[in-house]
Ligand binder design. Structure first.
Ligand code: CUA
Length: 309
């Protein structure tokens, strides 16, 4: 899979369309003014022996023109952006996203049982439906930005903000934390995956289930290693260990596209190297390295987690 595009100029939803229009109109207006200034500059160089009436130019070009142009642009953008105000409505699908140093804790409510379902660094949504993201931060200020779908919204500790978005076509849209939040700010990416509604429903139904029990072999041994390494002190796997929520919920970690908040593509090898030495891959991250783990146990743990789809 090629890395999905993260660009304001390739909108895939209504809000992003509007923001793309703003970008082009403001760019166009800026370009016209720039060219006009260059033309006037050229004119003034050619006519230096017969000076233009400077008072008129200062009043016209320095006051009247900017006031008129900026007022028009301000009026137009205010009128057009009225629809960008995020609104939580009954029809919108509500998902809560909490930013943490340096990953995204994403919670859904299971429509069947009413229980919360947690995932990380990935927001799956149905195509064509308005989604309301309730945003919060656990530690410092972060900012959620998925340019192809919506504008940027700060995430502030102790305060819930919101963002609505809608994807008009299926696809994977990359997002990024857009507010400096510490050493690994650059490695705080996420993906919004827009699925056909039926595909979304079956994904959600699968996420609502507790973790699959390993039958035999390496994954079964891996579940024992999970406890030997005390992974349960930070991570929840529903149906296995549910008391800690410091790190990402791993109930269906094998179904995610990436690990480490967009750092690595998710597969057994990546999981093993991440567990063996997260500090080498993402220095400063709060996950400690596995202590004294041998190769066989590491492979088993990675196989167990990879199987949690
Ligand atoms: Cu989180 Cu920058």
């Amino acid at each position: 899979m090629s890395e999905p595009l993260q660009s304001v100029l390739h909108p895939a939803g209504a809000d992003a369309d509007l923001i793309g229009q703003f970008a082009w109109v403001l760019f166009g207006a800026g370009l016209l003014i720039f060219l006009a200034v260059l033309a006037l500059l050229g004119l003034s160089l050619r006519r230096h022996e017969a000076p233009l009436r400077s008072g008129l130019w200062i009043a016209g070009g320095g006051i009247v023109l900017p006031v008129v142009l900026l007022t028009i642009l301000l009026g137009w953008s205010t009128w057009r952006s009225a629809g960008l105000v995020p609104q939580s409505s009954d029809k919108a699908l509500a998902i809560s996203v909490t930013a943490k140093m340096w990953w995204w804790d994403v919670h859904y409510r299971d429509p069947v049982s009413g229980r919360e379902i947690a995932t990380a660094n990935e927001i799956r949504i149905p195509v064509g439906r308005t989604v309301y993201l309730g945003l919060n931060a656990a530690d410092v200020i972060h900012s959620l930005w998925v340019p192809a779908l919506a504008g940027k919204r700060d995430m502030i500790p102790g305060r819930v903000t919101g963002l609505t978005l809608r994807a008009d076509k299926p696809g994977v849209y990359r997002g990024q934390c857009a507010e400096y939040c510490g050493t690994q700010h650059a490695h705080m990416a996420l993906h919004v995956v827009a699925l056909a509604p039926a595909e979304y429903e079956s994904w959600l139904a699968n996420q609502a289930r507790p973790a699959r029990a390993p039958e035999a072999g390496l994954p079964l041994r891996g579940r024992a290693v999970f406890f030997e390494q005390r992974c349960q002190n930070c991570h929840t796997i529903r149906g296995v260990a549910e008391s800690a929520h410091l790190g990402p919920d791993l109930t269906h970690v094998g179904s995610r596209m990436q690990i480490g908040a967009g750092l690595l593509r998710n597969h057994g090898g990546a999981l093993a190297s991440w567990i063996a030495d997260p500090q080498a891959l993402k220095p400063g991250v709060f996950m400690p390295a596995a202590s004294g783990i041998d190769g066989e146990s590491l492979r088993a743990l990675a196989a167990y987690l990879e199987g949690l789809e």
